[in-house]
Ligand binder design. Structure first.
Ligand code: AHR
Length: 341
């Protein structure tokens, strides 16, 4: 009689079939879970995924026309068309926001960090973190002071002390011996403020007839420049010259003077820095007397530095940009039309 099999049967033949099924089921589950058990491959950086060079750019803020020109230059130079993915962060003139941005860039595994620093001090810790992560750091515009020069790869920007000295030299040649000076400073601790303030301080030492009647920070912002000069005029402070550490504060100062019927450029000499397009126009119109150039077009310069590093070369540690100055004798419509910021 043919042996009947049922699922309770535990004869050797049945056992053989059951173990085959168990093997197949186990194999199926093994296949299902195998990927989870394998060693995970290191994640590809965004640059490896799409072949773009990823740059995290921590920008000071948007406090001035100069700054906007600088941002534009960086965005244009480090564009997708040029082979870059730029992660842009605006720190609203706050160093703590820049530190957070740099930490975010490190977490995202960017290929380069570009930092336009608010102030010179306070970067050691976060830049040591970038160094540990193996990310090259390029400093642009203002400088930083760190205990270990290896914490950044290189810097490109302006010689702010030289800008201050250019202004003092012009004042020496164009103004009377005795003058009362109002000094509007940029944000304290930034290279642009330190250099331009030091330039004026040296000028004061060399000119006993120069009197500093007022000095205060306006943080490179137009509204603050205006408020400072409004309060000075309300106090009845007498002065002959406004030495404004950037164009936007100068615009504010000019507004404040005009509100009181005082003619900027004639009743009061206006010295400014940046030489942006609108300021050059004000020179033509006679409202600004001297504007020392500060060139914000650093995008192509930063790109050239990255390209050097990509080729395995070591870029020069410090690159100073050549700059000039403008007054009524040198500014022209053609120069204004070519300014670009
Ligand atoms: O660091 C450059 C300075 O910063 C520019 O003179 C000023 O306009 C800007 O905000």
């Amino acid at each position: 009689m043919k042996k009947q099999t049922n699922h309770l049967d535990n004869s050797p033949g049945h056992l053989k079939i059951s173990s085959g099924i168990i093997f197949l089921i186990s194999y199926f589950f093994l296949l299902l879970f195998l990927p989870a058990c394998t060693v995970e491959k290191p994640k590809e950086t965004p640059a490896q995924q799409d072949k773009l060079i990823v740059v995290g750019f921590s920008q000071v803020g948007s406090e001035s026309d100069w700054r906007e020109g600088n941002t534009k230059s960086m965005l244009e130079a480090l564009s997708v068309e040029n082979g870059y993915r730029l992660i842009f962060d605006d720190a609203q003139q706050k160093q703590e926001k820049q530190i957070t941005a740099i930490r975010n860039f490190i977490n995202q595994g960017v290929d380069y960090i570009v930092l336009a620093p608010t102030t010179e001090q306070g970067w050691d810790t976060v830049l040591a973190e970038a160094k540990t992560a193996g990310i090259p750091v390029i400093i642009v515009d203002r400088q930083i002071e760190v205990s270990d020069p290896e914490l950044f790869t290189c810097w490109v920007g302006s010689n702010f002390l030289s800008e201050g000295e250019i202004a003092v030299n012009w004042m020496d040649h164009n103004l009377p011996e005795n003058i009362r000076i109002v000094h509007l400073q940029g944000n304290i601790g930034s290279s642009a403020q330190i250099g331009r303030t030091e330039g004026l301080a040296k000028g004061m030492q060399a000119h006993p007839g120069w009197e500093l009647v007022f000095q205060a920070p306006g943080d490179f912002v137009q509204a603050k420049g205006q408020e400072l000069v409004q309060s000075l005029l309300a106090d009845g402070t007498d002065f002959d010259v406004i030495y404004s550490e950037n164009d936007n504060m100068a615009y504010g100062a000019i507004e404040a003077l005009k509100e009181k019927g005082i003619q900027p450029g004639k009743d009061i000499t206006i010295i400014s820095f940046d030489a942006s397009r609108d300021a050059l126009r004000l020179i033509l119109e006679g409202e600004i007397n001297l504007d020392v150039e500060c060139n914000p077009k650093h995008g192509p310069r930063v790109r050239a530095l990255i390209e050097q590093i990509e080729r395995g070369e070591t870029p020069r540690k410090y690159t100073y940009v050549a700059e000039t100055f403008f007054d009524a004798s040198s500014v022209t419509e053609e120069i204004i039309s070519q300014r670009g910021y």
